[in-house]
Design a binder for this molecule. Structure first.
Ligand code: DX5
Ligand code: ZN
Length: 215
């Protein structure tokens, strides 16, 4: 069964407590938290302070997706805020290996996210050091966008790379995941589904999460 990681970016921020309560009572496995700086991506969301509040509202895994420049400046703050997994963008890291070592030495799991235009082959020499690859299936910055179909081939290639290296790395798909495309995504080799709009704009989020889990 896939790991389901609803993105709180699509939640009503005035009702964050009830969104957390709903996720706690649902089959969701992880809380996906999207941090945007207005530089790496053309949008600003929230920082460590909000992560800290959410951390207090759940015992589930806090999967923090940093869409920010110079993530090394903030890794410790996100650790202190309670992040379990910290994912940085390959496009934002000049010294990715160093950034990964920093995240792991702080005691978090390390993820690398790649934009739609970035080939998975660039992960060849970092794959053995990381716990998760986040394949962006939309251009990062906003919820509610359409899934980019080329992502399916990237998932297959990446899964094969993991098999060849005998690695159990999580392959997380982020952006435009729906009840319609989830099974194709999983069949291609992904094991973590991020879902923002599909969950939070649904009339019955708990049931939608359960359906994603059954994929
Ligand atoms: C996009 C974020 C995603 C986004 C997913 O920049 O990284 O996590 O919130 O939202 P949906 O599922 O609505 O595409
Ligand atoms: Zn995300």
């Amino acid at each position: 069964m896939p790991i389901i990681a609803p993105s709180l970016l699509s939640a009503d921020f005035l009702q964050l407590a009830s969104a957390c309560k709903m996720l706690n009572e649902s089959n969701a496995d992880w809380f996906h938290l999207d941090v945007m700086d207005g530089r790496f991506v053309p949008n600003i969301s929230f920082g460590p302070m909000i992560v800290e509040f959410i951390r207090k509202a759940t015992t589930k895994v806090c999967d923090v997706h940093l869409m920010i420049e110079e993530p090394e400046k903030y890794a410790e703050q996100f650790k202190n805020a309670g992040a379990d997994i910290l994912t940085v963008h390959i496009e934002a890291c000049k010294h990715l290996h160093r950034n990964i070592q920093q995240i792991k030495s702080l005691g978090m799991k390390a993820g690398v996210a790649i934009n739609p235009h970035t080939p998975v082959s660039l992960l060849e020499n970092i794959l053995q050091d990381i716990d998760l690859v986040c394949l962006m299936s939309v251009n990062p910055g906003f919820g509610g966008q359409k899934f980019i179909p080329q992502t399916i081939d990237k998932i297959k290639t990446l899964r094969q790379m993991c098999v060849d290296k005998n690695l159990q790395t999580h392959i997380e798909i982020d952006g435009g995941v729906t009840l319609e495309n989830a099974s194709t995504i999983i069949a291609a080799g992904a094991d973590v589904l991020v879902a923002g709009n599909t969950v939070f704009k649904s009339s019955n989020p708990i049931e939608t999460i359960a359906k994603l889990k059954e994929v």
